[in-house]
Design a protein around this ligand. Sequence first.
Ligand code: AMP
Length: 393
Amino acid sequence: MKIISINAGSSSLKFSLFDMRNESVIASGVFERIGIEGGKYSIKYNGEKLQCEVNLDTHTDAVEILLDKLVELRIIRSLNEIDGVGHRLVHGKDKYKESVVITDEVIHDLDNFREFAPLHNPANILGIEAFRKVLPSVKMVGVFDTAFHQTMNEEAYMYPVPYSWYSDYGVRKYGFHGTSHRYITEVMKGILGKDNFRLISCHIGNGGSITAIKDGKCVDTTMGFTPLSGIMMGTRSGDIDPSIIPYVMEKEGKNASEVVDDLNKKSGLLGMSSYSNDMRDILEECEKQNERCLLAKVKYVRRVVDYIAQYYVLLGGVDAICFTAGVGENSAPFRREVCEKLACLGIKIDLDLNNKRGEVTKISTDDSLISVYVVPTDEELMIARDTLRLIGG
Ligand code: AMP
């Protein structure tokens, strides 16, 4: 059984081809600059990496090349070996509470919901249409970023704003990174050997969100109506006082979407440090006592600690905290600082274990009141698993 996981962006298409007999990745890669001059792609397979520059006018061009190359490089013998295609879809609003087989209705809904994810939903449709054209008889499954969070109750997902904003325009918390948080939940089910536990999943990458999970279900999450809210991120501000927006609009002669763009792309670690959105760079500069980088790091850590503390209370105690994604998986200093600030909850970590990388690791000590884990996330595998399940494999 071979399944392709696809993550289509407006000018890119990432893929992973899985052999689902042992859930191994047979090939993976990315097509970039689709529809822009200077198109290129890379395919990793069998310990090798093929890199090519080629004009990619449309997503269909990318998919055609991808499938040709899979056969040409003998990664698969023929296209018949591909049993299903799973697509990462960003916004399913409150209609899609789980993954689905892609039908015309799903595509229509993605289009209808596009004002909720103006960059992502149209790109997701391009990815789906491209595979429909090139592999018309292969079943496809959509895995929504928002789906895992649809178990939140009203108290969690409603904003304290005029009710008509919700009823007329759909203003509510939707949450994102759901596939990653669901993957972490599945891994923790296996580790803890039970279904009923309280978990705080910290997906800390360039984008970041923290989710409170009870008995396998999301009860609250930090991202909201859009991915801009919650913790401070690489380039996103996270929560701020919304009155800042009209104030800066006036000061800088910008319109609302330009200021929101600044909050998405020029804020967070990058904005506070004026140096970098990458935690590696920030930590390096902290060693040199760069004050702005020190401030950015302290604020970043504090936002994470604030939400873990909030969710600890919401869940009435916690069995495990998990760190995942770029910063969460790779940055031992970040995890150490977060955990040190949570010492009052009885959290203790082993500094040697905290330095391990690349595998699921329990980094808390035996006498820590809460278990702390590093769990490498795998959204592509989650998409492939859902695809296999839904196509009846
Ligand atoms: P992601 O969005 O999950 O791919 O995460 C990307 C981010 O992870 C980068 O912007 C870095 O800030 C961070 N990152 C990756 N490796 C490390 C590392 N070794 N130490 C600190 N941060 C890292």
